[in-house]
Design a protein around this ligand. Sequence first.
Ligand code: SAJ
Length: 418
Amino acid sequence: MKSICVVGIGYVGLPTAAMFASRGHRVVGFDVNKKAVNALNKGKIIIEEPGLKDLVKQTVESGLLSGTTECPDDCDVYIIAVPTPINPDKTADMRYVEAATRTITPCLREGNIVVLESTSPPRTVEDLMLPILSESGLVMGEQVYVAHSPERILPGQILYELRTNSRIVGGINEKSSQAVKELYSDICEGEICLTTATTAEMCKLMENTFRDVNIALANELAKMSEELGVNAWEVIELANKHPRVNLHQPGPGVGGHCIALDPWFLVEKSKNALLIHQGRLINDSMPRYVLEKIRTALGGFNGQLVTLLGVTYKPNIDDVRESPIMKLWGLLKKENVAVNVCDSHANEKIGCINNVYAASDRASIVVLCVNHDEFKDIDFDKLKEVMSGDIILDTRNFFDKDLLESKGFKYMLLGNGR
Ligand code: SAJ
């Protein structure tokens, strides 16, 4: 049994902490967010993630998991899982990683392990963390083992992926890689691959960049299809029958705290990241593109009510970070358009309405923005009754066109120029 401090108990840190505790380690979740720490000490969580509530409750009740707002100085392992947001100029904001590193440095003892899980620009461990950690007077790699082991878990299936995904461990030397591999083999059933810290940083960024660039390609396809009179969704279906093609899905933009941000870390660090830069710009253009589609559908904005279905960055989660729908909402507000947003997952405090029919009452257009499961059950007769208009704009190819048209709606699909 090890004593582990997880610095940052958000979407990554908390599940990781709970997982280690469930394997018999004594784990302390350290965070400056008192609300998160208080909730944790009561065995509760303040984020939505399947299975997490039960695991946290169980591990807190067993006495192995607890929260604190003071960094403990008696741990064997320090895992840093703090956010790495982006500055307005699209450079990485490394303040949290730096602060976390400074906080743990005086706590370090010989034999300790330090792991950076936060997604970070290449060379963060080498250039930012090691100089600070060395202020402890201990020799990094010899007396303290240091590695980057990027989190790669998909929100919505975090616990499953934590256990089953392969894991990259990039140590600052072989001893560090081995020590961290041994640690994670307690929670990870997937392959644990060893490399250098900087390669691990690059791997994580390229994984999310791969997805971002591919989504940009799909969004470009959607725009071209509308221009050239084809249906992008049909193109995707047919082209993907080719054994080596995997076109992604277009949509109103890319959100979340990872894919929408990580490629910028490469743009910041390398003048060669040209395609990556373009991909980001294309994906970031999508909320405005959808805004213009709404404007055209309505024949201009003249006091109509627009209803957005879904505001989170992807389905069936509560996370609105970098959500393109929040951006679309903001753009509509700037145009002084009346907007109702329906999302039972998102925090009510941002002003969402839970009920689809209440949110669509007197709406001229309903825009399907996020394919939450509950939108599968919409009663379109009821929706038609409450709306004042008859336009449905589907940005996800989620609704059944024939059904909607049989109910008298004008159905518009993002990316369909046919
Ligand atoms: N999206 C599209 N079209 C697609 C796929 C996704 O528009 O074809 C959009 C979604 O609507 C969403 C955004 O992309 O707004 C990102 O969603 P996602 O499900 O692709 O990914 P995330 O951000 O939830 O999680 C990603 C994962 N990375 C990869 O799949 C390579 C996850 O494994 C990482 O751990 C996570 O980023 C992270 O924390 O870095």
